[in-house]
Design a protein around this ligand. Structure first.
Ligand SMILES: *Cc1c(COP(=O)(O)O)cnc(C)c1O
Length: 425
């Protein structure tokens, strides 16, 4: 499938878009058109088969086309079940992967693509800025893969203790850097590195941020599977609430709907970083500095994927809605979900559940599903006091937490990152 930059630019293949990450004009790649998909697989098809079906038209005629089945089978090794809390309210559990957040799906798919395309061409550095979960997912997906090294930047003190530990615990080809700044600083540093040609000639980079199409596209699969399954059960089209920061996950949901899947409304739930809510209310996109919240993986003041949203929809307000949730409501929602349903949710998921409660209050009916983006045990210091019970980590997370962790401090400047990259190369 040909891809184009959100800023015009020249066309490239999907393969190039995946390996290049950012377009040379600084824009983000999008498929040139959204191919309508063929008849879906049976409703109980495993997630990898749904992904294979959905992604097939995008990979037609691409270098990876012939191995797409195998790619999907290796990337999608865990399920994304819907847990119904009430007859019309569900949680789409996206945290059953190795690092217990939805980022595992995209990161593992990207790593499978990259291993086939690049590993024979010398060592690549996978450079990634993380607000907490991306870094771990990417590190896990590339850990010990020959031909790759991973460099993760995270904002020091702005990720949970368990997230920080997880990032520093891989070792081997994974290098964690704690940046004295915000996630937006980390993201700016990474963008500058990708636009630095001279640096890239000495230390070839691979982008693994949510700007990468190799992460974005596979995320459509779990929305598609949930939507098809609901149709099979005779439900009305599912509407989704997606806890949102950089807008990668929600964009995948919107793309799945554009491909023709039975999806109703799509609502972004943000934390107090309400730039998307204001954008949809006023039509003016005004990026600002992010503020720290309990839902730290969503502390984003300049969500890069807005550029894709605007390129895809002439009027984004007709495609998507948004609600902002304050920290006090996050805590109250974690507590009330535990009380009402006996289910522990992470602070990001709580933004989604709270947003849905707001919508229900305004009369939203029919089946709604909230994307549960991370396992609550990653945020034990917030969740445990709110529910008054222990929140034990799932086995893969427990294994990482048992290892020693190490991260190198880094100043929030492009020059500092450049030096670090060259030292490792
Ligand atoms: C990354 C992340 C989000 C935000 O996803 P975007 O794709 O950046 O909008 C929400 N919740 C959790 C747990 C995350 O890790």
């Amino acid at each position: 499938m040909r891809c184009v930059s959100t800023r015009g630019g020249r066309e490239v293949s999907l393969t190039e878009a995946i390996t290049d990450g950012l377009a040379p004009d600084g824009g983000l790649f999008l498929p040139q058109r959204l191919a309508q998909v063929g008849p879906p697989p049976c409703a109980d098809a495993p997630l990898w088969a749904v992904a294979n079906w959905l992604l097939r038209p995008f990979f037609e005629g691409e270098a990876l086309g012939a191995s797409l089945d195998e790619l999907c089978a290796r990337a999608f090794t865990f399920a994304a079940p819907v847990r119904w809390l009430a007859p019309d309210t569900g949680l789409l559990e996206l945290f059953h992967g190795p690092t217990a957040a939805f980022k595992d799906f995209g990161a593992r798919f990207l790593a499978e693509c990259a291993a086939r395309l690049l590993s024979a061409r010398g060592t690549r550095t996978v450079l990634v800025a993380t607000s907490g979960d991306t870094g771990a997912a990417v590190a896990a997906a590339f850990h010990r893969r020959p031909g790759f090294r991973v460099l993760v930047l995270y904002p020091d003190g702005r990720v949970s203790v368990r997230q920080a530990h997880q990032l520093g615990a891989f070792g081997g080809n994974v290098h964690a850097f704690r940046v004295a700044g915000s996630f937006d600083d980390c993201q700016r540093m990474v963008k500058a590195a990708f636009l630095d040609r001279e640096l890239q000639s000495r230390a070839p980079l691979l982008s693994a941020n949510s700007i990468s199409l190799g992460r974005l596209l596979p995320q459509m699969a779990y929305y598609a599977q949930a939507a098809l399954h609901a149709r099979e059960q005779g439900r009305a089209p599912l509407s989704f609430v997606v806890p949102t920061g950089n807008l990668g996950n929600a964009l995948a949901c919107l793309l799945a709907r554009e491909l023709g899947l039975p999806i109703g409304r799509v609502v972004l739930a943000t934390n107090a970083n309400r730039v998307l809510v204001d954008f949809l209310a006023t039509g003016r996109y005004e990026p600002r500095d992010s503020i720290p919240t309990l839902a730290n993986a969503m502390d984003v003041g300049a969500p890069s994927n807005v550029e894709r949203l605007r390129a895809l929809f002439s009027d984004p307000t007709r495609a998507v809605e948004a609600e902002a949730i304050e920290d006090a409501t996050i805590r109250a929602t974690i507590a009330s979900t535990w009380r009402k349903h006996g289910v522990a949710i992470c602070p990001h998921t709580a933004c989604g559940v709270a947003a849905l409660e707001t919508l229900r209050g305004r009369g939203a009916h029919g089946p709604w599903v909230v994307a549960a983006t991370a396992h609550p045990a990653k945020f034990d210091t917030i969740v445990e006091p709110a529910i008054g019970a222990a929140c034990p980590p799932p086995a893969p997370l427990a294994a990482l937490l048992a290892r020693p962790a190490r991260a190198t401090p880094l100043e929030p400047s492009s020059e500092a990152l450049r030096r670090a990259l060259l030292e490792l190369a």
